[in-house]
Design a protein around this ligand. Structure first.
Ligand SMILES: NC(=O)c1ccc[n+]([C@@H]2O[C@H](COP(=O)([O-])OP(=O)(O)OC[C@H]3O[C@@H](n4cnc5c(N)ncnc54)[C@H](O)[C@@H]3O)[C@@H](O)[C@H]2O)c1
Length: 353
């Protein structure tokens, strides 16, 4: 089978893991890199062996050689670039979040249906070895019905600055940036129930604490600490139509003793901790068992997760697999995220019809 010819749009921080995964994939020919910043696009193209560079994504999309693209740009551009790519006949791997609003998500869904092209959302944590291992236990019914989940992604210092801290371009702070990952993970494990209501709180109490020294953190390619109009903490209780519930809290900065990543799900027959490390909790012969699956990556491994996500995308492009994180999952997620922001702004629970 011939190689899938790929272009990467957006050559900032996260593009490195996309480009590394594509460059290492024998079924891929990396053709082009595009960024508003020509030097950045050129450097990445050279580093990863792509022949062409663009500064206008429309020109990349007009290139008939390219069959598939990764969209690694600011959140406010995801919908327009993805739709234009689909309309140009390309398959799309769009970084999370799918976009900023429910209306945008519905527009992308409509474009997927109209064009018949593939769109995979970059829910990379679904591709973690710990998650895919647990999935088999869940699919075999070993946890039973999952009725509660709890997720925290708390950074004590980690506002990436630049566009991440500009709500116009990002859509918000840690909720849309980090919350999207851990909410999706729980929701995916719970069997994607429909959201019934959300109640959330957001806080802007600590700003970005750019004055703190001696602690490093993930930064946007154009890091700038001057602009920051996003929340630094969000929490929410999400209710689903099947009666299940999910409690989540996420921060860019918080007076916490250390960073915390914890994702836990609880079912009728058993529970599981996905992060910080995979454990399965069950009972047998009147005894509670904490089971530790023996796997290479009991916690999320960044590059391995992206390698698996991109290998799956390439297989989908070749018609060998069905998209694991389709556009519909982005529409439901945007309902949840935007509902939480609305709930926090209005100080009340938001109900969905
Ligand atoms: N899956 C993950 O774990 C993960 C982690 C980090 C970031 N991300 C996502 O990846 C995306 C990019 O984040 P990042 O950290 O790389 O940001 P970044 O600021 O480092 O890079 C973004 C790049 O996009 C370019 N860009 C913006 N608009 C463009 C346009 N219209 N055309 C061409 N280039 C354009 C910018 O010039 C910049 O180089 C975001 O959506 C973010 O949420 C995902």
């Amino acid at each position: 089978m011939s190689k899938v010819k790929v272009g990467v749009i957006g050559a900032g921080s996260i593009s490195n893991v996309h480009l590394t995964a594509y460059a290492a994939n024998p079924d891929v020919e990396l053709v082009a890199v595009c960024d508003l910043n020509a030097e950045r696009a050129g450097n990445k193209a050279e580093q990863y062996g792509a022949a062409k560079t663009y500064t206008d994504y429309r020109e990349l999309l007009a290139d008939p050689e390219i069959e598939a693209v990764s969209v690694c740009t600011w959140n406010n551009t995801h919908a327009d670039i993805s739709i234009a790519a689909l309309e140009a006949g390309k398959h799309v791997l769009c970084e999370k979040p799918l976009c900023k609003t429910v209306a945008e998500a519905e527009r992308v869904r409509e474009a997927v249906r109209r064009t018949g092209k593939l769109l995979q959302i970059g829910y990379v944590r679904r591709f973690g070895q710990n998650v895919q291992t647990l999935r088999k236990f869940i699919d075999a019914g070993e946890l039973g019905e999952i009725y509660y989940a709890k997720a925290s992604c708390l950074r004590r210092l980690g506002n990436p600055g630049g566009w991440f801290a500009d709500s116009e371009r990002s859509g918000g702070g840690p909720l849309i940036d980090l919350g999207v990952h851990v909410i999706d993970l729980c929701w995916y494990m719970m069997g994607k129930p429909k959201v019934k209501s959300v109640s959330g709180n957001t806080y802007r109490k600590l700003s970005n604490r750019a004055h703190i020294e001696n602690l490093s953190f993930y930064k946007a390619a154009d890091y700038n600490a001057e602009l920051n109009d996003v929340e630094d903490l969000a929490n929410a209780l999400i209710r689903f139509e099947n009666g299940a519930s999910l409690f989540v809290d996420v921060s860019f900065t918080l007076h916490a003793k250390k960073d915390e990543l914890s994702v836990k799900i609880y079912g009728e027959n058993g529970g599981a901790e996905i992060e910080p490390e995979l454990h399965i909790i069950t009972e047998k012969h009147q005894t509670i068992l904490n089971v530790t699956p023996q796997i290479d990556q009991p916690t999320f491994n960044f590059q391995a997760g992206f390698d698996a996500e991109i290998a799956h995308f390439v297989q989908c492009c070749q018609g060998k697999a069905e998209v694991l994180s389709p556009v519909e999952d982005g529409v439901e997620m945007l309902k949840i995220l935007c509902g939480i922001y609305e709930s926090a702004a209005e100080g009340k629970e938001i109900h969905f019809a």
